[in-house]
Design a protein around this ligand. Structure first.
Ligand code: G1P
Length: 287
């Protein structure tokens, strides 16, 4: 079965970027001229997704506005003959079919995904967390979809993370099947380095069979008093094999300030109209 639907939870608080995120969702922080969430949606589309379900919460209205038509802005640009800009703005609202579900209370990532159950309708689906931008010719989500096609089983993207950072990730124990594929043996949410079964972490891209939703339903409150997706993945793995896939690509965790700045620098250095000036600026910095 083809994977056409993606769930993108955007209900988190974004406390690491306060005060900027006091009145603006963290997913709307720009990397040059596009908000982070735009890159995530682009990855989904480039992976073959044509139906996106955003799980939103309080103060996420600007995300809806961003992907909506904007008649006033469009007529203004038309009047000023700014055709290129007009096309850019119009393209955003016609990118993909988007639906919004509001998570009334933030009860954890697992709970957020479960709110999409009706819309998912017993189909396999992808999940993309809104913080990471992953750059690769073949998008990370597409890599997972291809593994799903091969084995017909849920596949989660993983990467080796610094041992001292295991407390920020779902950490797996896996049996390596080849250079990039693990058969999942266990997954633990945010263990301390001493308790971590490895330093291989889930990075926020998943492809699931619909059975994950039944597992989330049965999942009790876990770490941080939240219904954890990680706990539901462990349960799913007991019923139906789950794979972990070491994706190819460069990941920027834009929810982290240093990574966010690195993303901006790298993206600027990749833009023809900016790169020379930015290079000149960087080489001129007195370190
Ligand atoms: C979530 C998941 C965690 C995963 C991480 C990836 O945590 O709970 O298992 O490794 O995303 O970014 P969060 O970053 O929302 O705290």
């Amino acid at each position: 079965m083809e994977i056409k639907k993606a769930v993108i939870p955007v209900a988190g608080m974004g406390t690491r970027f306060l005060p900027a995120t006091k009145s603006m969702p963290k997913e709307m922080l720009p990397v040059i001229d596009k908000p982070v969430i735009h890159y995530v949606v682009e990855e989904a589309i480039a992976s073959g997704i044509d139906d996106i379900i955003f799980i939103t919460g309080r103060s996420k209205r600007s995300i809806e506005d961003y992907f909506d038509d904007s008649p006033e802005l469009e007529s203004h640009l038309q009047m000023k003959n700014k055709d290129k800009m007009l096309k850019l703005v119009k393209d955003i609202s016609s990118m993909v079919d988007i639906h919004y579900i509001r998570q009334k209370e933030p009860r954890g990532l697992g709970d957020a995904i479960l709110t999409a159950k009706k819309h998912i309708n017993e189909e396999p689906f992808a999940v993309l967390l809104g913080d990471d931008i992953i750059v690769n010719e073949k998008p990370c989500t597409k890599q997972l979809i291809d593994n799903f096609r091969k084995y017909g089983r849920s596949t989660i993207a993983v990467e080796e993370v610094p041992m001292e950072k295991t407390g920020s990730y779902g950490i797996i124990k896996g049996q390596a099947l080849d250079d990039s594929l693990y058969s999942l043996e266990d997954i633990v949410e945010k263990p301390s380095p001493e308790d971590a079964p490895s330093n291989v972490g889930a990075i926020g891209r998943y492809v699931f069979t619909p059975e994950i939703l039944d597992c989330i339903k049965e999942t009790a409150v876990g770490v941080g008093n939240e219904i954890q997706l990680t706990d539901a993945i462990r349960m799913l793995n007991e019923k139906q094999k789950v794979y972990a896939y070491k994706f190819t690509g460069k990941r920027y965790d834009t929810g982290d300030k240093v990574e966010y700045v690195k993303a901006i620098i790298d993206f600027a250095l990749n833009k023809e109209d900016m790169k020379e000036q930015i290079k000149e600026h960087i080489t001129g910095i007195d370190l």
